[in-house]
Structures are given as C-alpha cells and as structure tokens.
Write a protein that binds this ligand. Structure first.
Ligand code: PMP
Length: 381
C-alpha cells in the first residue's frame, strides 16, 4: 500500500530538492566552526551562513540582515522574544488560537509576575479585533499572535491587529510556524516587530533550524535568552550589544542553516505564488469533497483562501483517534489526531477535549492524494 503523507504541518516531507545535499556538503567539506578561527575553511563557511542570513532577512522583510537571528526552531524563537522582553508588571496579550509554544511560555511567565490576557477568536478561528482592542492596558508590553492555526489553518488578521498595536505603541510578535513558506510573512508588510519561524515546516528545510526576524526597536529592548561565547567582544563578561551575536551564543546548527538556504533557493525558483495557488486549489478540493457529510464537522473558514493547507476533521459518530489509526492501517494515509499541542485552539473551535484528525498538505501533495483522503474520510465517517 502506498503511503500518503498528510502531516506537513508537523514537518514537511519530502524536503525541497537540494536540502540533503547542502546538509551533507557542510558535514563533509565545511570544516569545524565559523566566527572563531581565521583560516579559509572557517571563513568560507561563515560567508555561506551569512548568505543564508541575508536571504532569510530579505524573505522576512528585516531592515538589516543582522536582525535575523538563527534559533533551533519556532519554540525557541517564541521563548527568545517573550522571555527576552517581558518583565514583572508587564501585560501580555495572546490569542485563543495559540499553540503551546506560545501558550505554555506565556502561562509560565504568569508565575514571574506577568499578566496574561487571551483575545477571543470566533468559531472559525478568526480573531475578534474589537475584543482584542478592549484588552489593552497601560502596562501592555507585547501582543503575540499565531499567523495561521496549526489546527484548522485559519489565517488571523495580523495587519488588523498591527494597526491596533501601532495606535498604542505596543509591539506585535507573530508565530509564523504555519504560515512561513505558505503565505507572505514580512515584518514590514504585516506591521510586526517579530516573526518566529521554524525551518522544517513550510520552508521545506531540515529539523532543528529556525529563527526570529526582529525589528530594531524590539531587538534593542530584548535581553538574550542564552549567554555564552560568540567569537566577538571576548574580553567582556557581558554579551555583545551587536546583532546577531547578542542572541546567538554557542555553535549554531550550520548543516541546518545551509540546508535551509537550499530550501529557500527552491522556494524562490518554484515561486511562492505558484505554491500558494496549488495549496488553495488542493484545500478547496478537499473541503468541497467533505462538504455535506452529516457525520463529520470540519472547523475553520469555509473559503480555502482564508486558510493555509490544514484541514481538521471531527468524526461525530466515532472516536477520532481510532479514525486516524484506520486511515493509516486501511488506506496508508498519515495524519495527526488529538489536540495538536493547541488546547486553546480546540477550546475556541469547540473540539476540546476530544480533538480532531488533522490533514495537512504541502507543495508536493498531489490532487489524487487529496481525493483518496476525502474518500477515506467519507467511508470511515
Ligand atoms: N507554533 C505553531 C503554530 C506550530 O504549529 C508549531 C509546531 N507544531 C510550533 C509553534 C512549534 O514549532 P517548532 O516545533 O519548530 O518549535
């Protein structure tokens, strides 16, 4: 039986062409480390890493390439921003569609004297801007919102939230774990101060590499999450003030960075617009095939244009975990069931605590695979 991988929201597979060669190339020929030693092997790899930083900074609309910080992934970037910025007495607003990367980190900070408010979203996962507007306080220090839901794909109105934030001079941080590589994610266009992104999902790169794109004002206000050697200002016991070194202590994931660089080259040559058109077409095809079945619920916006390629199905007459197991055993279709590390989102969508079966699509998903998944859902419903 052929396997159909529809768990792209957990991690893209296959990776973009060129990624594994770039990872292997660094391991086989790249030398030991960068930014420490001055021989050509080290500086050559350093230049390659710099080139990827420049590409990513341009991709995410940074005003300077130093404002693109490499991290191991979105979770680490969220922690970098929240723990780097917030201090006792501050107030943080998040949305009712957050992943635990944001929710658990925010919750942990409430134990350190930071007040937390959750901006409600409607039953499709869309942000209620009026309700968000009412949550601001004089001590609100940051708003952090997911760009697209990892449960049902809903794209949140980040520019709308940014307008509210700008009116009050409050920075906005975006969890772009499910949007980067799918829809445009640029600091300048969104009006955001931070974008936290993983390399291993929509960007089609390897696991263990991601980053944070920061505005100059946010970068200036943040303290480092991790301290240690940077290969710069080594005479000082303090972390250097310069970016990106201030937030990049220790040896980075060099194979991951070069792999991500190769993925980015692929995305550029394939064209984000073309990939997005494919995603919208397949999402629409899946949603249409499921429409009308009385034995399932499909939370999220009805129009595929309002989502990334993430579709959750709630089986009303059977257990969702059993349905996911049957999808794999009988049809070879790989999905993810449960709460998807997003209990807040499931509460918002009315699917807590039972969760859903999540299907997530990627640029290499074929229409026939979507048809097979839809038919399997209808047969199991
Ligand atoms: N936020 C969202 C919305 C996600 O879907 C995920 C991954 N499931 C994360 C954050 C965490 O990403 P990472 O595993 O790269 O740290």
């Amino acid at each position: 039986m052929k396997t159909v991988y529809l768990d792209q929201a957990a991690g893209s597979f296959p990776k973009a062409p060129g990624v594994s060669a770039a990872v292997a190339g660094l391991l086989e020929h790249g030398g030991g480390n960068i930014n420490r030693s001055s021989y050509a092997l080290s500086t050559g790899t350093g230049l390659q890493v710099m080139a990827v930083r420049e590409e990513l900074a341009a991709f995410f609309g940074c005003s300077a390439c130093e404002e693109l910080i490499f991290t191991p992934g979105a979770t680490q970037s969220v922690n970098l921003v929240l723990r780097g910025l917030l201090r006792p007495g501050d107030h943080l607003i998040i949305s009712g569609m957050e992943h635990n990367a944001v929710y658990r980190t925010a919750h942990a900070l409430t134990g350190a004297g930071i007040a937390l408010s959750v901006a409600p979203c409607d039953g499709t996962g869309a942000l209620d801007l009026d309700a968000l507007d009412r949550l601001f306080r004089p001590e609100t220090r940051l708003v952090m919102l997911t760009h697209a839901s990892n449960v049902c794909g809903t794209i949140l109105d980040i520019p709308g939230a940014a307008r509210l934030c700008r009116r009050r001079g409050v920075p906005l941080a975006v969890d772009a774990a499910q949007s980067a590589g799918h829809i445009p994610v640029r600091l300048d266009e969104l009006g955001a101060d931070a974008v936290c992104f993983p390399g291993h999902k929509g960007l089609l790169g390897p696991q263990g590499i991601g980053g944070a794109a920061l505005s100059p004002r946010l970068a200036r206000a943040m303290t480092p999450l991790i301290t240690g050697g940077t290969g710069s200002s080594s005479d000082s016991p303090e972390m250097p003030a310069e970016l990106p070194d201030r937030f990049e202590a220790g040896t980075g994931n060099l194979p991951g960075i070069l792999g991500l660089g190769a993925a980015l080259s692929y995305l550029r040559s394939a064209g984000l617009d073309r990939l997005r058109a494919h995603e919208v077409a397949l999402t629409g095809r899946f949603l249409s095939a499921l429409r009308g079945c009385p034995h399932i619920r499909v939370p999220g916006p009805p129009r595929p244009e309002d989502r990334v390629g993430v579709i959750s199905v709630d089986f009303l007459r059977r257990d969702n975990a059993e349905a996911a197991a049957d999808l794999e055993e009988r049809y070879g279709i790989l999905t993810r069931c449960g709460l998807h590390c997003a209990p807040l989102a499931h509460r918002t969508l009315g699917t807590f605590p039972r969760g859903t079966v999540r299907f997530s699509l990627g640029p290499f998903t074929a229409p026939e695979e979507v048809d097979a998944a839809a038919q399997a859902v209808l047969a199991l419903a």
